[in-house]
Every structure is written in structure tokens, then in C-alpha cells.
Design a protein around this ligand. Structure first.
Ligand SMILES: NC(=O)c1ccc[n+]([C@@H]2O[C@H](COP(=O)([O-])OP(=O)(O)OC[C@H]3O[C@@H](n4cnc5c(N)ncnc54)[C@H](O)[C@@H]3O)[C@@H](O)[C@H]2O)c1
Length: 449
């Protein structure tokens, strides 16, 4: 395929060389004449392992050239990759002036082009940037996005120092696009790479790089805080983290990575507090670990403020334990939420078959009677009793039974805190605690390979 790349820095130069090596025809564009001259002399614009040889070889093969002439580049290619810098402003916002500068240039060139053109943003940009660029091009050219051209998000995951290796071995290839034709064209650029290709919504693809890099920074900071505690205790932190990483079920896995309600139970809050106190006693500062509890409190306040905004005062809880399948009410965030709501004058009823069963057998009766007798009086034995009575339903544990119960519900407000994903009727007002739209059973992406 014929591809132009705007920006010949780290990302642009590596993509130029590697896409050419995969058999494509490349035109690099940069405002910096020196970089253009370097490519046209068969030299890389950056220092990276293997890139010199790739650029030299591909230049000799006649697969790469560079220019400052954006018009020439766009008119002679089908896909334009944008890889210009997106530095931070002093306030932490993104400086998108380079991206929009390039978009203006592409729009000017597209005025002279009749065939479909794909613009893939490889630079790291905030959600909504592709839409803005598409609108800008529509405005300048009178063309229609996803008919005459498409703007896709195609974030780059390489790391400097291992950029060429990373290009050929990405964790995955991500394409956010609204046009099937553009999606197929972009997929074909990467079908020689071993990684899975994921095609998803444009804004989801745009946010992924931020989510990834923030998590990477969190991993490093968490490991450092654990390391600082371990060294104060005279322990080898590398042994500790090595064993930590051996647990592929709960630690290094997708477990616990589902946005939803606060954590609770008898272990997480207690042991988190324990490690925090140990650090405090050792005079070790652990701001990441110390603020985990604060985030959990904010998650509880979030549920509370959603319910407070709603004018209906009759709230039915589906589930009150700290997770599905348990009768343990100790440190259940749903109990705390229910108690706060009672204090604010809401009427409550609660259905949780685990708690009712335990009341019958008496295993948890003592705890309930001693600590939360007022909640015990609010418990109902039948889910349907609660559904008929309540105006608002709060789903706080992911019991299969609740999905079935909710299928018949009509005209209620439903606050879903566990992504219960039932087939809800349209007459309900559905609120996901921290997802924007109706819960869907299937993930919203298509994978290839
Ligand atoms: N460097 C990395 O490791 C890395 C990894 C993944 C993603 N990214 C992201 O990719 C983007 C590019 O990063 P980089 O490190 O390659 O940047 P860079 O600064 O090395 O290169 C950007 C290039 O864009 C050129 N440029 C600026 N305006 C231009 C215009 N109007 N037309 C053509 N060229 C123009 C500059 O002259 C420069 O050569 C950033 O958004 C960055 O966050 C970088």
C-alpha cells in the first residue's frame, strides 16, 4: 500500500522503516528539512537499535522517500499516518497544535483528491481528537467522513530503546475506526505482525494509551513502595515481587480489573490498613498505598450521590454482602451505603438470598442482630416483593438470579454497580455506576487472528 507518515521522529521513523520492510511504499513528511534530508540520504533520524540498517536497506530498495511537500505526500498515498509530537502544556493539557496543523495540510491536499483516504492518528491524543480532526476536514473540504475519508485512532505502543523490536512484537495492534473500509485497510498494514489486532470504537482506542501508561506508572510506584517497606524490614524486595508475579490468578491477571463498586470484606480493608500502618511505623512514606482507601471511599460517595440526585426515596437493594455468593456482611460497602441512605431519610428494602438462608440456619444471625439489627428488619424473603415495592433498584452483587429477576422489571431506575448485564426493558432508567452506556454482554471490539 502507499502510505505517507507526517512526523519523522521516534514513532514516525520507526514506522517508516518497518512498514517499508513489510513491503509497503512510504513517503515521510516533516517540517524539519534536516530530517527530510537524512531520510533521502538513506539515514535514520533517530538513534535506535537496528533502525539505521532498516532505513538504509529500504532506501536502497526504493521503498522510502521524504519531503516537506504535504500535498505531494497525500496525493500519492492512500493512508496517512500522523506521528507528530503531542507535548504537554505547563498545565498538563495536551498541545495539539502540531496535530491540527497537520490536519489543515491534509485537508488542503484532499480538496484535490477524489479517492478514499484514511488518516490514522498514531500520536497519543485525548478521546475526541479524531472526531475534531474529521470535522475540521469536513468543514475545509466539503467531503463526508467515512464516505470520502476516515480518521482512525491507531496508537503506538513502542518503547524507546527497543523501538524496532517493539514495532514487530507489539502487545496488540489497536485500531479505533467507524468505517469498515478504513478498518480493513489499516488491518492490512499490520497483518504480518504476530499480535492480535483489535478493532474498536474510536474514543476507546484513543484513551487506551493513557490508561496503559498510567497503569505502568502505577506498577512501578507500587513496586517501589513495597520495595521501600521491604528494605526497611531487611527483606529482599525482588524476592517478594518475584513471588508476587508468580500468582497469575489474582495478581498478574484480569481479575479485579472490572470497574464497579467499592471493595470490602474482612480481608482487603484490614490488610491494606495493616501494610499502611507497618510502613508508618517504619517511617516509610507510601502515598500510593495510603490513598487506595480514599479511592474506595470516593466510590461509595459516587453511588450515594447518584442515589441522592434521584427524587425517588424507595430504594431496593439486590444484594447486601460484599460480593456474590457469601453471607459475610463484615465491611460490606453495600451495608455502609444502605446505612448512609437510611440516615438521610430514604426507605429501604433488601433482598439477598445468602443472608436470608444464613438467617434461617442461624450462621450469620448473631452478627446481623448485634451489628445491624435495623438492616435485618429491612430484609425481604422474595425478590419480587422488593421489585414491586421499590422505585429505585440498586444491584450491588453479581448474582445470576438478579439478571433473571430484572428482565421482568418495568419503569424503575436501576443503579447497576456490578455490570449485571440483564436484558432490561426500555421503560427503565439504567445507570451504570462507572460506565457510560447500557451494559452489554459482549465486549465492544472485534479481534482478528
Ligand atoms: N517516543 C515514544 O516512545 C512514543 C511511543 C508511543 C507513542 N508516542 C507518541 O507518538 C507521538 C510522536 O512522538 P515522537 O517521540 O515520535 O515525537 P518526536 O518529537 O520525536 O517527533 C515528532 C516529529 O514531528 C515533526 N512535526 C511537527 N509538526 C509537523 C508537521 N506539521 N508536519 C510534519 N511533521 C511535523 C517534528 O519535526 C518531529 O520530527 C507523540 O504523541 C508521542 O506521545 C511516542
Amino acid at each position: 500500500m502507499n502510505i505517507s507518515i507526517f512526523g519523522l521522529g521516534y514513532v514516525g521513523c520507526v514506522s517508516l522503516g518497518c512498514l517499508a520492510q513489510n513491503g509497503h511504499q512510504l513517503i515521510g513528511v516533516d517540517v524539519n528539512q534536516t530530517k527530510v534530508d537524512q531520510i533521502n540520504a538513506g539515514r535514520a533520524t533517530i538513534v535506535e537499535k537496528d533502525i539505521d540498517a532498516i532505513i538504509a536497506e529500504q532506501f536502497l530498495q526504493g521503498r522510502i522517500q521524504a519531503t516537506t511537500d504535504f500535498r505531494y505526500a497525500v496525493l500519492n498515498t492512500d493512508v496517512t499516518i500522523i506521528a507528530v509530537g503531542t507535548p504537554s502544556t505547563p498545565q498538563g493539557h495536551l498541545n495539539l497544535s502540531y496535530i491540527f496543523g497537520v490536519a489543515e495540510h491534509i485537508a488542503a491536499a484532499l480538496m484535490e483528491k477524489d479517492s478514499f483516504h484514511v488518516i490514522a492518528i498514531r500520536s497519543t491524543v485525548m478521546p475526541g481528537t479524531c472526531d475534531k480532526i474529521a470535522s475540521l476536514i469536513e468543514e475545509k473540504t466539503g467531503k463526508t467522513q467515512n464516505v470520502d475519508f476516515a480518521v482512525a485512532s491507531n496508537p503506538e505502543f513502542l518503547r524507546e530503546g527497543t523501538a524496532v523490536y517493539d514495532y514487530y512484537n507489539p502487545p496488540l495492534t489497536l485500531i479505533g475506526v467507524d468505517s469498515d473500509v478504513a478498518g480493513e485497510m489499516l488491518r492490512s498494514l499490520y497483518d504480518q505482525l504476530p499480535a492480535e489486532i483489535i478493532v474498536t470504537d474510536v474514543k476507546i482506542a484513543e484513551i487506551m494509551k493513557y490508561v496503559n501508561n498510567t497503569f505502568h506508572a502505577l506498577k512501578i510506584s507500587f513496586a517501589n513502595e513495597v520495595g521501600n517497606i521491604c528494605s526497611a524490614l531487611g527483606l529482599d524486595s525482588h524476592k517478594v515481587m518475584d513471588i508476587f508475579c508468580r500468582d497469575k490468578q489474582l495478581n498478574i491477571s484480569s481479575y479485579y480489573f472490572k470497574p464497579g463498586f467499592a471493595y470490602g470484606g474482612s480481608c482487603l480493608p484490614k490488610d491494606l490498613k495493616g501494610l499502611q500502618t507497618l510502613a508508618h511505623d517504619l517511617y516509610v512514606q507510601v502515598p500510593v498505598i495510603s490513598n487506595i482507601h480514599r479511592t474506595n471511599e470516593i466510590q461509595m460517595q459516587r453511588a450515594l450521590s447518584i442515589l441522592m440526585k434521584n427524587m425517588n426515596r424507595k430504594i431496593g437493594f439486590l444484594g447486601i454482602g460484599f460480593k456474590a455468593g457469601t453471607d459475610d456482611l463484615r465491611n460490606s460497602p453495600a451495608v455502609e451505603l444502605a446505612e448512609t441512605l437510611l440516615g438521610k431519610g430514604f426507605s429501604l428494602k433488601i433482598y439477598d438470598k445468602n443472608i436470608n438462608i444464613s438467617r434461617l440456619t442461624g450462621t450469620n444471625k448473631e452478627y446481623i442482630d448485634q451489628h445491624i439489627p435495623h438492616l435485618s428488619r429491612l430484609m425481604v424473603n422474595e425478590g419480587h416483593e422488593l421489585l414491586e415495592w421499590a422505585d429505585v433498584l440498586v444491584v450491588s452483587t453479581k448474582e445470576k438470579e438478579f439478571s433473571v429477576l430484572l428482565e421482568d422489571v418495568e419503569g424503575k431506575t436501576i443503579l447497576d454497580m456490578v455490570r449485571i448485564s440483564p436484558n432490561l426493558r426500555e421503560s427503565n432508567e439504567y445507570i451504570g455506576i462507572n460506565w457510560a452506556q447500557k451494559a452489554q454482554e459482549a465486549p465492544q471490539y472485534v479481534t482478528y487472528r
